[in-house]
Design a protein around this ligand. Sequence first.
Ligand code: MOS
Length: 758
Amino acid sequence: MSKMQKMMETVMLYMPDAAPDPLSQSQRGHIGKPLSRVDGPLKVKGEALFSAEYPVENPAYAAIVYSSIAKGKITKIDGSSAEKASGVLAIITHENAPNVKNPPVFMSGGVAASDLPILQDATVHWNGQPIAVIVAETQDQAEAAAQLVQVEYETAAADVSFDTLKQIATPPANILGEPSELKSGDAETAIEAAEFKVNNLYRTPRYNHNAIEPHATVAVWHDDQRLTVFDSTQSIHNLSHTLAEMFGMEPEAVRVIAPFVGGGFGGKGTMWWNTPLCAMAAKVVSRPVKLSVSREGIFRLVGGRTPSEQRVALGAGKDGKLTALIHSGITATTTHNNFPEQFTFPARHLYAAENFYIGQKVVNLDTVANTFMRAPGESIGTFALESAIDELADVLNIDPIELRRINEPAQDPTRNTEFSMRNLTEAYRRGAEKFGWQHQAPRSQRDGKWLVGQGVATAYYPYYRFVSTARVRISADGTAVVQTSAQEMGMGTATVQIQHAAERLGLPIDCVSFAYGDSNLPPAPLAGGSNQTSSNVAAIAATIEKALRELLAIAGDDSPLAGLNYEDIEVHDAGIFSRANPLKGETYASILQRVGQESVEAEATSDKPSEMQDYSMGSYGAQFCEVRVNPESGEVRVSRWLGSFDCGKILNPKTATSQFRGGITMGIGMALTEETLFDERTGRIMNASLAEYHVPVHLDVPPIEIIYNDIPDEHAPSGVHGIGEIGITGVAAAIANAVFNATGKRIRDLPITLDKLL
Ligand code: MOS
């Protein structure tokens, strides 16, 4: 076995450093412990390999040439100077690229971001579309040669102005499978008639992905028959299928490996052009190729969040009860993708109003496809809705938390179902106490020259679970390995699943390892929609149950377990014991050694997520913040934050707190500094760099305190909800509400920059 093969076999496994010590084998109790990341030491030591770092034999390096027009045709592409540059191995354009099929697009059976042909014709669909790939001996040589490619275009008129097109917006066929419009009663008339009302437009800009690890791929062909890609993806299994479809291969012939991903946030949830371009390049030069997209390149070829214009109108009586709720608006998408962002989802589930209208429309722009970006829809939707609730509270002169309590629905307001779990009021109660919430009049607090204000907003994200498969092997040495093709982007997936599996097996943490990040492992869903933890939990629980039943069956008549059924047993101390008599039992090692088996292995698939049909399922939270605004410069500083969440059972408070904090940090950027600037004459993104697209840095972020109810959802496997995305929701509204409280000025147009406050 070559060194590389060996590494591929073992790199995804966190093997315990020493042989397990039977004396250290503890009772159960791993769930809910703040276990540090199992992959932490590898990352700190620089031993965790990210996609671009995979050592392959004799790699070549690729660089991309991007179109500089938004729409039209390439009439001439001249690579003759580039070809002569040193180290250049190939120049791949639509004129000589290998034939590949169009990728299947998200929501129609595939997970590519768009279904456009990739380097198959001369048509340009957006400014920044890859139009050539240069392959060279080194990265620098590839990039230098990319500058030398001469391109001539025939330019067509492009639709790149959201504001111009929004007059002709139309409702999409559906929004992630839900109707684009919902109504009850006559909301417009009820708003008119309401004693207290608000009715405003909110705008959010385009945002771009800036994960710390730029998208990267290493592609290796094996005799043109099989393909291995090391890729920074959130969707291992879907990516192997998508590539197989494009290259006309069986899915088993495409292996995707992605053990460490440096952040995804949705930007790596669908396949972008860089991955198939890398595979095409490796085919052309008959060598492994590495393609690391530059930071600027991420802006060009990876989509981000849609711009939006949203209307929220609320009507209420003196008692604060909503009589009408309207949340409608427009987002942008393209003709080559299928993703109307679900900004009205929060309004469908948060408040009860007898009359409501909820409706979304889209316009098609000639841009790169928009995509998932941490709580796509919910983050911008809660900005509008939760700002409007705060505005109504001001009109009613009532504490905004009290207004939310008054309008807390007993059951889902738009679906005829009960909530599976909802303790939002409790999250507000605990949050208000810990934060020291006191409702103050606008512009009534100062700290020196700084105006001070506090704001709250509700966080909301739906519950998703998908069918998933896992495998477990319990060995005679008392260790266990759990395997599934899950993705780890830094959230703590491996860590919490090791805790979960150790709990279900009654094993010490260091006796359990978790293999993931490889499409050769049993299929797991993408890490998206915050589904991964609940999906994996369900699959691993089913798998471990199957293995325990098998162990019970093979234990035989010589075992103290003889005669016991699965229902009669419990696990602890590295073995199976009688529930009725916890001293009566046998360790896994003893059973396997006695019957002369090295291990027992089981594979199982979770049941269908019927809980999502039976109940309205969501996660909730209350965001509390304090801001300071400089009245002379308009500068906003977030000075304090507390997030109080209601997300079911928390498996690991350490990794969970990091997830919530990360979401809030990303929300602070969304609220105050991030904005993709788009030249509407050319459709070109103007600030395609971290120097001009400001993501929050340490000085922008205050200490963030996180608390949570930790109440299990009895209708979800292990009581667990996903937590990856909810953290960003409500953040921009909490800041806008705090800015209003500090200054008396209401900003309905993100980001809240100083010019808007002066
Ligand atoms: Mo999430 S935006 O589905 O990675």
